[in-house]
Design a binder for this molecule. Structure first.
Ligand SMILES: [Mg+2]
Length: 395
């Protein structure tokens, strides 16, 4: 089955949407290209990692209503796309909307000749702090990779907290989790931050047991201690520790964020490609600000998602740090910079990225590279893990 699809309409006004195309490209991304009658092009990244084909299918359905319509009516399109199908929410629909929303903001910025952050009230900072992922099969490898990141100028890294876990682990396994981060702190010193991603692999009980043991190490934050099914119960975890708790990559709207903000998280991590795009993440940021919560948008994705994240970051007062995927373990075959005409927009210096100045999302997509890559679409899927007894384990 070919996933790349093209939908066209006759031009009715200069800003009418005349063409919507999707491209399934390596390593695991989906891009959308929207063209208007006056020849402007906007790009977005509508993706659920491992469910790209489903998202492309929803983009094709949404395209039926968008073709021929005015590209500039972003909020009206957002309302109709999220609510006009009667059924709403969830990762697939919200990510399809997110990618289209990014492309419409890209188009509007380009049509007006300004970066998107100018349309969101103008920049509130000149550079944005970024972190990089580090991993390793041993404690020594983890420390080595973190030190390499430090040499590259990064001031913060993030690593996974554990691989597959039992619901309640043994004392030995529990202490191994804590000890590896004690050694990491020892290796990088106290001038470097590290965040720990629990990846929803910990039960509520394990989180409550492990988090207090990590407190002396002062991690920047601990992410997704439990899966989002327990969003409503996160208060039991935030009450059990002084470590700032982060979550949000598997929440898809401001309504999904209500429970976790009320539960006392410290860091909100909506994903620009999952949580309804620039329009909705902008609103989630304002809700977070009202709870003294800072933003660290999730982005282990491609260059368009990162560009969209940065546009919001530069216009958001309560911003902490930005995730980005350069060199991440998922990026096999292609990496963050491969589909950009000018990859220097994502130069990281002293752990920061400079504010982009080009119109729209601030990046120029290498269309030829995208079309070439889409001829060989990926079929990326995450692993399925098992506990020691063979039962399903969170990945
Ligand atoms: Mg995560």
């Amino acid at each position: 089955m070919s996933i790349a699809s093209t939908h066209t309409a006759a031009p009715s006004s200069p800003s009418a949407i005349t063409r919507i195309e999707t491209f399934l490209v390596s390593p695991r991304w989906l891009f959308v290209r929207i063209e208007t009658a006056d020849g402007h092009v906007g790009w977005g990244e509508p993706i659920v990692e491992g469910r790209a084909e489903a998202v492309a299918s929803v983009v094709a359905t949404l395209a039926e209503r968008l073709l021929g319509a005015d590209a500039g009516r972003i909020e009206d399109h957002w309302q109709v796309m999220t609510k006009g199908g009667f059924y709403r929410g969830g990762p697939v629909l919200s990510s399809a909307v997110a990618g289209i929303d990014q492309a419409l903001w890209d188009l509007k910025g380009k049509a007006l000749g300004v970066p998107v952050y100018e349309l969101l009230g103008g920049p509130v900072r000149d550079r944005a702090r970024v972190y990089t992922w580090v991993g390793g099969d041993t404690v020594e490898e983890l420390a080595e990779h973190a030190l390499r990141a430090k040499e590259l100028g990064f001031t913060a890294v993030k690593c996974n907290g554990a691989t597959q876990l039992e619901h309640i682990e043994s004392p030995a396994a529990t202490h191994r989790i804590v000890d590896q981060f004690a050694e990491l702190r020892e290796a990088v010193g106290e001038d470097m931050d590290f965040a720990i991603d629990f990846h929803g692999r910990f039960s509520t009980a394990m989180s409550r047991r492990v988090l207090p043991l990590l407190e002396p190490l002062l991690p920047l934050f601990v992410e997704e201690p439990v899966v989002p099914e327990f969003s409503r119960d996160l208060a039991r975890i935030t009450a059990a520790t002084s470590i700032p708790i982060a979550t949000g990559e598997r929440l898809y709207s401001r309504w999904d964020f209500r429970d976790v903000l009320a539960a006392g998280i410290a860091v909100a991590q909506p994903d620009l490609s999952h949580a309804g795009g620039i329009s909705e993440v902008r609103r989630i940021a304002a809700m977070a600000e009202a709870h003294d919560v800072v933003m660290a948008p999730h982005c282990p994705l491609g260059p368009i998602a990162l560009a969209a994240s940065l546009q919001v970051d530069f216009a958001t007062p309560n911003f902490l740090i930005q995730e980005q995927s350069l060199g991440i373990h998922y990026n096999v075959g292609n990496d963050l910079l491969d589909y950009l005409v000018d990859p220097t927009v994502f130069t990281f210096t002293d752990g920061y990225v400079q504010r982009p100045t080009a119109p729209g999302l601030g990046v120029e997509v290498d269309e030829a590279a995208v079309r070439k890559a889409a001829a060989d679409p990926h079929r990326w899927r995450n692993d399925v893990w098992r506990r020691r007894d063979g039962a399903f384990a969170e990945w």
